[in-house]
Design a protein around this ligand. Structure first.
Ligand code: SF4
Length: 391
């Protein structure tokens, strides 16, 4: 099919969660999707004052695409939850990008705010589809494919993280290795280029998509299998990496900490393994309500994993992120009061470092701490002495 033109998706912020949906939607409508490349070691990050690194990276990626595309996709994300909001910087993102690219290209910047409209997510894509000249029927078909692609991707996510190099995690044309043999027969080619999906996929409902419920989230009963049993798969150390998705998966921010962790023999677990129910349970008794949806996910996951289940927990934050600074302090205080932390805990704050040596040293030291802890308390039954907590 002849392409209608090019849509650029900056590799930043919520790209690291929703790209299967976004990409499949636009490709299904006949557009070529261009995703910006990693900035890498020699790339120059565009600087503007008082911003966190993820926002600087958004501008850097958007600028790199501006002259090569017909439209840039930078949605105005206000809320992806019926009650709680995203970081306020997200809602200004299209305006910041517009200023930076000096109107070189049109921006698809529909607002998504689930607090005001139940189907805001879907409506935003309907509107964008109309703007791109698609018929209602084409838009509905594209939405269904996007939902199916997103759903499949989420179900395979933890295996993807553990089996693929970080640079390939978001390439939809690369299948998840562990599922290759078992699901090959059940997979039929999708009409959208480069994407395969199961014949019997379980597309999420519009409401589920809209409320960001985690497909593949687990309850207490089926958790053990997914975590790889008490010893982890193949005797690997089970370590939960918690943080905003861009902090976890953008190698320009974290210098590929996940790749390094896998080299050190760690099986990676993330918040995606936990259902909304489990996360809400963990934060239900807090004295203060957390209003940021990503903050709720982070704090709930930290409390959950720090209470056992895993061998270690790493919280990845960005320097200059006010939300993370508050959450970090809050979690530490609650843990101090509860005195029930059983698991080694490492907090890493990233800024524009280029070297990886410091990170390697800290992660190796963390691994030593985990192993020492396992030798001394093999069943994770005793509260952890302070010397096991690395900050
Ligand atoms: S949550 Fe923090 S890191 Fe993310 S955009 Fe907001 S300030 Fe930046």
């Amino acid at each position: 099919m002849e392409k209608k033109g090019r849509i650029g998706i900056p590799r930043a912020l919520m790209f690291y969660r929703y790209v299967p949906f976004w990409r499949t939607f636009f490709e299904s409508l006949g557009w070529e999707v261009m995703v910006s490349r990693d900035v890498g070691k020699r790339g120059k990050i565009i600087y503007f004052e008082d911003s966190c690194l993820p926002m600087k990276l958004l501008v850097t990626h958007a600028t790199s695409l501006a002259s090569e595309t017909d439209h840039l996709f930078v949605p105005r994300l206000v809320s992806l939850h019926p009650k709680y909001i995203l970081c306020p910087k997200f809602r200004g993102a299209p305006d910041i990008v517009r200023l930076a690219i000096e109107k070189k290209v049109s921006i698809l910047d529909e607002t998504i705010d689930l607090r005001t409209r139940k189907h805001s997510y879907r409506r935003a894509f309907l509107k964008m589809g109309e703007k791109l000249g698609a018929s209602p029927r084409e838009i509905q078909a594209a939405l269904s494919r996007a939902e199916a692609s997103f759903s499949t991707f989420q179900k395979e996510w933890i295996e993807r993280i553990n089996q693929l190099p970080t640079r390939d995690l978001f390439k939809l044309d690369i299948p998840t290795p562990a599922l290759k043999s078992s699901s090959q027969e059940a997979v039929s080619p999708c009409h959208c280029e480069g994407v395969e999906r199961p014949k019997q996929s379980h597309p999420v409902s519009n409401e589920e998509i809209a409320t960001l419920s985690r497909q593949g989230g687990i309850t207490r009963n089926d958790k053990q299998g997914l975590l790889g049993g008490s010893e982890g798969k193949g005797g690997l150390l089970r370590v939960a990496f918690i943080g905003h998705p861009y902090n976890l998966f953008d190698t320009d921010i974290n210098k590929d900490i996940l790749g390094l962790a896998k080299q050190l023999g760690m099986r990676i677990l993330t918040s995606d393994l936990l259902s909304e129910e489990v996360i809400e349970h963990e934060i239900s008794n807090l004295s203060k309500e957390i209003y940021w949806s990503s903050g709720r996910e982070i704090v709930g996951s930290l409390f959950h994993f720090l209470s056992g289940e895993v061998d270690g927990v790493v919280f990845i934050t960005s320097f200059k992120c006010g939300i993370d600074a508050l959450l970090q302090e809050f979690v530490k205080r609650v843990l101090r009061i509860r005195k029930t932390s059983f698991v080694p805990f490492l907090v890493l704050s990233f800024d524009e470092h280029t070297g990886r040596e410091g990170l390697t040293t800290r992660l190796e030291a963390f691994k030593d701490v985990i192993e020492e802890r396992k030798r001394q308390a093999p069943n994770n039954k005793h509260p952890i002495p302070n010397k096991f907590q690395i900050k």
